[in-house]
Design a binder for this molecule. Structure first.
Ligand code: NAD
Ligand code: TYD
Length: 377
């Protein structure tokens, strides 16, 4: 039996990781530790909440004493750490919350894990602290044209597959950190602390840096679910700047599959980049989402293109992210399971079929519901 804490399990990516582990490993005890901030929603886990190998604990990752006690009581030997403040726009308005949760919270987990594991006869044997980070810590890539070709162009430079790229460079595991937003600065800082705990104390750590995720259960403040919801209600779609920024998109279930592979087979102290070689300009993704929603709602295709509204650009808006995940693909045999067109279709269908989830989350109903549950305990 392995006793594993997954932090941030009530959020977008965390809920997919919890679901995968609870269903795939009935012999493990999976503890979902989450503070239930605005981004945490237990409705994301309705389908597995009564499974015998699953337990939810409401806790702030900054609460050192509570987490140390949980480590002791549950004899935790694995931590998969996803809890974080995750939205760049919020970090621009309120950087302190990001430093508190992402930096101090991660440090608090590391120190509690260190004290508990070092108190055991076997010490760090069979233990693992796996920290989930982002490609945004690497900064921003330029949109450059090798040999004068207008991007996008196909390349085989960094993968066995041909793929579209908007520049000649990629983020590699060796790329120097250069974060620009308060969000990415806080994630970079937490990554440094995780690696420092390996280098200083010998803690068995792993860090992964993943590209932008999309799929079911994403909080509708992020581009894709926000826009699906706005199209549904025929509300304006605020496109930052010219919509030319490039992001590299991965289906969330493929990220969860990568986390499973790396948690079990990844090498201690290593970094793995996770991404599907899938670069898109925002404006092209937005048009694809509009066309897909229109088709599924039986509206004339493109009927909602006029909702596109160009607005003032995000401060410090990173031009391009592009992950090279060759190491993960070659060393651990992971590869994405879904083509982007399929993934977007699945995603749009899911949000349209789960209007109650969307309406509860946008009205704040879900918070009131869970507050009332906790008030009665
Ligand atoms: P999310 O915002 O959807 O979920 C975050 C979860 O953490 C929520 O359930 C929230 O309640 C919880 N949380 C926040 N502060 C907490 C605290 N102090 N104590 C305990 N729980 C707390 O985020 P997400 O998009 O699922 O991202 C999860 C992780 O993956 C983050 O670490 C993020 O940096 C990383 N990541 C995200 C993406 C992406 O595209 N979303 C890409 C790469 C990496
Ligand atoms: P987002 O989903 O916030 O992810 P991130 O900032 O972590 O990449 O944004 C994705 C891209 O979409 C990013 O370039 C900003 C842009 N964007 C808009 O143009 N309008 C919006 O309303 C939002 C939320 C994002």
């Amino acid at each position: 039996m392995r006793n594993i804490v997954i932090t941030g399990g009530a959020g977008f990516i965390g809920s997919h990781v919890v679901r995968l582990f609870v269903n795939k490993y009935p012999e493990y005890k999976i503890i979902n530790l989450d503070k239930l901030t605005y981004a945490g929603n237990l409705a994301n886990l309705k389908d597995i909440e009564n499974k015998p190998n699953y337990k939810f604990v409401k806790m702030d990752i900054c609460d050192f004493d509570a987490f140390f006690k949980l480590m002791q009581d549950e004899q935790i030997d694995g931590i998969i750490h996803l809890a974080a403040e995750s939205h760049v726009d919020r970090s621009i308005k309120d950087p302190f919350t990001f430093a508190r949760t992402n930096v101090m919270g991660t440090l608090s987990l590391l120190q509690a894990a260190k004290l508990y594991w070092e108190s055991l006869p076997e010490k760090y044997e069979g233990k693992r602290f796996y920290h989930i980070s982002t490609d945004e810590v690497y900064g921003a890539l330029e949109m450059t044209n090798p040999e004068g070709i207008e991007p996008p162009f196909t390349t085989t430079a960094s993968s066995s597959e041909h793929h579209l790229a908007y520049g000649k460079d990629f983020f590699y595991e060796t790329t120097k950190y250069n974060p620009h937003s308060p969000y990415s600065a806080s994630k970079a800082s937490s990554d440094h602390f995780v690696r420092a705990f390996h280098d200083t104390y010998g803690m068995p750590t792993i860090v992964t840096n993943c590209s932008n995720n999309y799929g079911p259960y994403q909080f509708p403040e992020k581009l894709i679910p926000l826009f699906i919801n706005n199209i549904r209600h025929r509300k304006p779609l605020p496109v930052y700047g010219k919509g030319e920024n490039v992001r590299d998109w991965l289906y969330v279930v493929d990220h969860a599959r990568a986390i499973d592979t790396i948690f079990h087979n990844g090498k201690i102290a290593e970094t793995y980049n996770i991404g599907g070689f899938n670069e898109w300009k925002n404006i092209d993704i937005i048009k694809t989402v509009i066309n897909t929603v229109d088709r599924l709602l039986g509206r004339p295709e493109g009927a909602d293109l006029d909702l596109i509204t160009y607005v003032t650009d995000r401060l410090g808006h990173d031009a391009r992210y592009a992950i090279d995940s060759t190491k993960l693909q070659r060393e651990l045999g992971w590869e994405p399971s879904l083509q982007f067109e399929e993934g977007i279709m699945e995603t749009v269908k899911w949000y349209l079929e789960n209007e109650v989830w969307m309406d509860n989350i946008t009205s704040g109903e879900y918070e009131k519901y869970y507050e009332s549950i906790y008030a009665n305990r």
